[in-house]
Design a protein around this ligand. Sequence first.
Ligand SMILES: [Zn+2]
Length: 300
Amino acid sequence: MKLATVLLLAMTCAAQVPNWCKSLPRPGYQTLQRVASPDPWFEVYHVSPGVFAIYEPHQSEETISYLITGSKQALLLDTGMGIGNLKKVVSSLTKLPVAVLNTHTHFDHVGNNWQFNTVYGMDTDFTRLSAKGSKEDVQADIGPAEICGTLPVGFDAKSFVTKPWKIATYKHDGDKLDLGGRTLRIITTPGHTPDALCVFDETNGFLFTGDTYYPGTVWLYRPETDLQAYGKSLDKLLLILPQVKNVLGAHNFPGAKPEVITNLAKTFQEVLAGKLQGKPAGPGQVRYKSRDISFLLKAN
Ligand SMILES: [Zn+2]
């Protein structure tokens, strides 16, 4: 091969690597203990005893699902994109019975719900609609610009859909999930979606925030987003903040200092009060940034 051809090939390959992918791995992962995963689509990290982060670094959402175990039962908080075989990974981590709870039912958190028999749901129309499955959102998120590395062998992007699932039991604000030696409390935090929730492990001070907070730009521009409700939900989180030691969101990295919730609430209040200047970011969207927080809203 001529040198020019080699160079051209190298340039073509480089051009195909999306920018977000070039900055991976995120440095914080070096501080976490990696656990073997039977499906290479996922990276599994041991966050603390009985808590695993199941991360999908090969797709631009960088979704994180959490497996939280007690002595009797395990809770799988979200099920990711639906690209890899999550059940295989979960079975390798625990032999306990597993129930699924979604931090909200956007497509990137419910993709493998169909693999599990017990899926809790929030009693909202949005949840029931999501449970019927969908196609548009996942199709928009599976093109080459969204993939870092390779899709699993045999995965057909063209026919990729979010499969429907059955809601086994409805859960409500304040409900407790006793896993045996670990009790989790559901705190409903509508705003990002009508069925958004956080899960609080009071004993360990872990607050699992779904997409209400994650280290990255928080999306608040979709039709199902309710900004007033989001503001109230943040007030709710501030009330328990003195007991929080670690904030675990559903994208990018599994862990943040409790102060992020204070900053999130302050910054969001400034956005609502018109005190922050937003910058146009894509069609019909505005990005607001302050402190270590960033929001993406619909342009007025
Ligand atoms: Zn979401």
